[in-house]
Ligand binder design. Structure first.
Ligand code: ADP
Ligand code: ZN
Ligand code: ZN
Length: 791
């Protein structure tokens, strides 16, 4: 849907949102050459404080603001089509208000990156020089090999193991692309060449497929007939879609294309005004939630509308994408960070024109310009990665509900372990609850054995975190030819090291955190700023070079498993071993049975559906309980329940071994029983008692500076400002702090916090607005930001 030219702005001035930390828009003059070419959502270049910035037109304006004598001209139009549709623009304006964040920064976060060099391509008349006219604009093409078997008969030819493997693949498939071999073979090019020399294969150079998610062909699937519970869910969502499609598309078209008149309403979240369009699909792991999404998306496509599926981490979901391709074909857009600017632009155009109706992506896919949006699905809605924790701090799940409301779309939040807030809303009847209580294939949920680490320390091989019961379970699993996943939420060899002479912990010079030992790299590293140093550097306090290791990370656990089970093939999945395609390669090896034990961080807990995995070991369940956060218990429950769900997804029953120092903790006990409701009941009572969300709302004010005293002083000043408000004086809004942030020092800067808390959203917003105004006046040399609904 391209915005029609009737929305072209004819007024002499425009309001432009700029990516600067000021909560206002700026008026610019429209030079005669650009008159009639600008629309709401157009990206333009303007001068600001003697710099040239790319901003977004939000509306036309007939007169200059009061007290302003003249406005600078718009320097140029950077893209011929507006970046945002009117639906998106109004949604983003509302999102900026909700988060009290500068609109220009919100729009920049939501827009695709500006084509490289666009600013330099601006001509004096305000239009762009066409790219073809510029030198050096040829795009390098990425080439690969297509390998074909020339002879089926290999008898009589002596082949090595890797050559055999490739020939087996070719016998099955006829031809393969080089990329498909990466998971199975080291250096597949060499193997192909050696077979070509023997005359068994030939290869030709072809252009590589645009996208890793589309490299391997997928055949169409036959939809399974739904279970009774799925049928209920599919029916309810389908009815809601039909209802919203029959009538008018509420709020789909703006009247005048201006935002200015709508700037007054503030800050309510969608889903709170209406109940009929938001569903919570609560289904245990493997209950067939994805099948429900597929059916719902099918229904919305048939109705001629578009759909958006948000997932926590797209890199971890190639299997999910494959299921969507099997159902809908390749006309779906997978939005991920590996796309080139050109690919992303193509995807946006196709979605906007309605040529592609389905988009799948992580957090930022929330902003995809899907034409005639009819459905938003948020899979694993509880996942913390939906919260953007830098710059424009939004929660993609919450904003998905807001966007759905603006688009007149149905939304579905899916999870085996819903967030406490979402489940609370469902209990209050503000969201429709749909339940899938059993696994779709009839498989049972795995048995969970809790191992009390206070009693069982080191197992038979003496390695920490490989207790007797876990050792035995791994042994049995390997004997029966099954696979195991071991989960430990710390990467590296040892999470910290201590000086053997004086006991000082080796810390990052720029952050207040311990350095993690990475054995393979022979280094100590900071996981926050990537600082790195050799292990043998003398202790900063006493000069000794002897260190003691504290704790166990995935690198060490992997080594322990290798030493304890010398025959097992062990692999590791964490940020150190896998990035981008690497993740898929490791998972492929697990899937094809080349790995017996996979050790990893939470990357192993998500979404994988691998039949032969019958054992899941949680090396240290307590880990996430230690975080100084009221959601620590909820997170732990979610992590444990999710990772436990990886076990025994098919015929062979699964088992989970859960090691912990706190076997009586509710998060541990209820996860072991797969009892979400019981956990929720206990958790919601605690939240009510201490007045935390969902019984109160929070705003966190973050201040940082190069010197600690400055950060503290500015935070104190903001606290004093807040305390002048009546709502704070009479106790309706609580102000907690100033307090140093959990990481006081981060990347060389000092961080302080102020927390506002209240059950009354309006009053909380009023106090927050007061602080926003104070921040906008400037607090040099500090930098202050607001985090609405912090995690
Ligand atoms: P979830 O998304 O809840 O984890 P999935 O949709 O991945 O669950 O389903 C788990 C497994 O059950 C998958 O292998 C899927 O193909 C299968 N499945 C889903 N629905 C059905 C059904 N109605 N009949 C048979 N198998 C099903
Ligand atoms: Zn020392
Ligand atoms: Zn650091």
């Amino acid at each position: 849907m391209s915005v029609s030219s009737s929305e072209s702005i004819t007024s002499p001035y425009v309001e432009v949102a700029l990516p600067v930390p000021l909560r206002k828009v700026f008026t610019y003059d429209v030079p005669s050459g650009l008159r009639g070419t600008l629309q709401p959502g157009s990206r333009v270049a303007v001068s600001f404080s003697r710099r040239k910035l790319a901003g977004f037109v939000v509306s036309g304006r007939d007169e200059l603001p009061e007290g302003v004598a003249r406005a600078l001209p718009v320097a140029g139009l950077l893209e011929s089509e507006p970046v945002f549709t009117s639906e998106l623009l109004r949604f983003l304006d509302q999102a900026a208000k909700y988060y009290m964040h500068p609109l220009g920064e919100v729009l920049r976060a939501a827009a695709p990156a500006l084509p490289t060099g666009a600013m330099r391509r601006l001509r004096a008349d305000g239009f762009l020089e066409a790219a073809e006219n510029l030198p050096g604009q040829r795009v390098a093409r990425h080439m690969t090999w297509k390998v074909t078997a020339t002879r089926k008969e290999t008898a009589g030819t002596r082949l090595g193991a890797r050559q055999m493997k490739l020939m087996d693949r070719l016998t099955e498939r006829g031809s393969v692309m080089l990329e498909e071999l990466r998971g199975d073979l080291n250096d597949p090019r060499a193997v192909v060449r050696s077979l070509a020399d023997k005359g068994l294969v030939e290869f030709e150079e072809v252009e590589a497929n645009r996208d890793p998610f589309f490299r391997v062909p997928v055949s169409r699937d036959e939809p399974p007939s739904p279970t009774a519970a799925q049928r209920v869910a599919i029916g309810a969502i389908g009815d809601a879609i039909a209802k919203r499609t029959g009538g008018t598309l509420a709020g789909e078209r703006s009247t005048g294309g201006t935002l200015a008149g709508e700037r007054s309403t503030g800050g309510t979240l969608a889903g709170e005004r209406s109940t009929a369009e938001v569903f919570l699909l609560h289904g245990v792991t493997g209950s067939g939630k994805t099948e429900v999404y597929l059916r719902a998306i099918d229904a919305v496509r048939r109705a001629g509308r578009g759909a958006l599926l948000l997932v926590p981490e797209i890199a971890l979901t190639p299997q999910l994408v494959a299921r969507f391709r099997a159902r809908f074909g390749d006309d779906i857009a997978v939005l991920h960070s590996g796309l080139t600017a050109r690919q992303r632009d193509d995807a946006w155009q196709a979605l906007r024109r309605g040529e592609v109706q389905v988009a799948i992506g992580a957090r930022s896919a929330l902003f995809a310009p899907i034409a005639n949006l009819g459905l938003i699905v948020v899979d694993e809605e509880h996942d913390p990665s939906f919260k953007q924790d830098e710059g424009f701090r939004y929660h993609a799940r919450d904003m998905a509900l807001l966007r759905a409301q603006y688009a007149g779309a149905v939304s579905v939040l899916g999870s085996a372990t819903p967030s406490v807030e979402t489940y609370h809303r469902a209990n209050e009847g503000r969201i429709h609850l749909l339940s899938l209580p059993t696994r779709a294939t009839g498989a049972t949920l795995p048995d969970v054995e809790i191992v009390d680490l206070r009693r069982h320390r080191k197992g038979p091989t003496g390695h920490p975190l490989l207790s007797g019961p876990l050792h035995t379970a791994i042994g049995k699993c390997l004997e029966t030819g099954h696979q195991a996943i071991l989960f430990l939420n710390r990467r590296g060899f040892s999470p910290s090291v201590r000086c053997a002479a004086c006991g000082a912990v080796a810390e990052c010079p720029a952050c207040s955190v311990a350095l993690t030992e990475h054995r393979a790299k022979g280094a100590l590293r900071c996981h926050y700023c990537d600082f790195q140093r050799a292990v043998a550097v003398p202790c900063a306090s006493c000069g000794s070079t002897e260190y003691k290791r504290l704790g166990v990370g995935t690198e060490q656990l992997e080594r322990s498993v290798e030493e304890s089970f010398p025959k097992a093939r062990v692999a590791r999945l964490d940020r150190d071993t896998a990035s981008g395609d690497g993740v898929e390669a490791v998972l492929d090896r697990l899937r094809s049975g080349d790995v017996d034990v996979l050790v990893g961080t939470q990357m192993v807990t998500k979404g994988h559906d691998i039949a032969a995995v019958t054992l899941v070991g949680v090396a240290l369940a307590d880990q996430s309980l230690a975080f100084p956060d009221f959601r620590a218990s909820e997170r732990t429950f979610q992590l444990l329940a999710q990772v436990a769900g990886r076990a025994g997804r098919a015929d062979a029953p699964g088992k989970v071994v859960l090691q912990t120092f706190q076997p009586d903790h509710p998060a541990v006990r209820f996860a072991a029983k797969h009892d979400y409701e019981a956990f929720y009941d206990e958790e919601i009572r605690d939240r009510e008692e201490v007045g935390y969300p969902p019984f109160a709302r929070l705003v966190s004010v973050r201040v940082h500076a190069g010197a600690e005293a400055d950060a503290r002083r500015a935070t104190q000043l903001l606290a004093d400002t807040a305390r002048q408000h009546e709502a704070v004086k009479d106790g309706a809004v609580q102000v907690l702090g100033p307090a140093p942030a959990p990481l006081v020092r981060l990347r060389g800067r000092y961080h302080y916090r102020l927390l506002l808390k209240s059950p009354d959203r309006k009053l909380l917003r009023a106090v927050t607005a007061l602080l926003a105004a104070r921040i906008d006046q400037g607090l040099p040399p500090t930098h202050a930001t607001l985090d609405i609904d912090p995690l």
